[in-house]
Design a protein around this ligand. Sequence first.
Ligand code: SF4
Ligand code: SF4
Length: 395
Amino acid sequence: MEIGAAARAGQPSAFSARRRIAIRACFSAIAVRDLSAALAAVDDAIALDGALGFETSDTFALRSRIWLALGDYVRAAQDRTRAAALDPHLDDGDRVRTAAQTLWERFQTDAVADQAWWSVPLVDGALRRVLADRRARLLRRRELLARPACELPCPSLCCYFAEDPWVYGVLIDAAKLSDLGGFLAGRRMEASTCLGSVPATECSFLSGEQIGPYVVEEAGQRLVYFPRRDERVRGALPRAARPKSRTFTDLAWDQPHATACRLLGELGCLVHDLGAPPGFTVCRRFLCLAAFVLLVLVDEGVVRREDLAGRPMDDLNEAAIRGLLEWDARIHRNGDLAALEEEMRNALGCAVEADRTQKHREGRAALSAYCRRLKDWNARLGRERAAVRARVVGG
Ligand code: SF4
Ligand code: SF4
């Protein structure tokens, strides 16, 4: 049976697995500079996509790079054009990736206060309060990203899978299984229909340490549990409406034939708040690029939740990319803000040192200098935030 007929005849999971293997083979071949094998592998992946009725910019962009390395500039240009037609942000890829990585790191660090100062026993109450405030803010931000709740008006587009969710690392914490059993029984849902298990050795993509929290021993076997899928097909979406990963790639599990996780209800995940800490670790940690950027921008006070309500996913994806690039240019790469942060850091460091050596007059002067710089920094940041807001909300 030819590929297209077989795919339409209902073997999409097998095709999806073959596609995944083809992409891996392509990168392995590139790593050993076997460009002919890389080309054959990416051709295979493109054929498999085509058989399932879709095209991805990633594969055409990849093949374009291989043609370029082989010196075939005409075919390289053709594939590049095709990839750009499929993804209007193709040429922004590196900028978006770098900006998202910077946002992820900066959001969880404090450029002004050194963590070593947290444990210094301080005499001055005002200095103690300044450091305690900065610390609390930083810890709250880290918590926000450790187990976030996606707040976008999105019909859980990331909860549809081309293959069994464990293939993509969606596993159920072993510690959640007993809560989950009770939850399913309470809703008269069959555990055997909703949950599946595979030998832990199948998840070779996870290290022993990573897989530990998911492993249960049953009848001498080490198993991991995952949520099964049902028959609900999400269907193909326009490219602009599809979620992207935080590294600005397509989600491997997001394909037109993907079907819903059985724990996905009408109003979102049924178990997102189950137990303490809430939900499955893997699911709660996941944020697509738009969800991540907009979560941070809401937390930063750049946009309000009401600004996002009722907006379709293609619009939110676009707003997130615009907001991310604007934030990166105006705030992360802003020399004036960086200089003020450096001055605040120096002033706070002097205040901590003066407190430790009981030079109270110097300590008060340093703390005043910090407060003045903080005021300037806030004023400057406010102006830049307004410009970012205009890009996100104003279009
Ligand atoms: S993380 Fe992204 S894809 Fe998943 S529900 Fe939120 S907005 Fe939708
Ligand atoms: S368990 Fe919930 S969040 Fe995880 S994939 Fe299923 S529906 Fe989505």
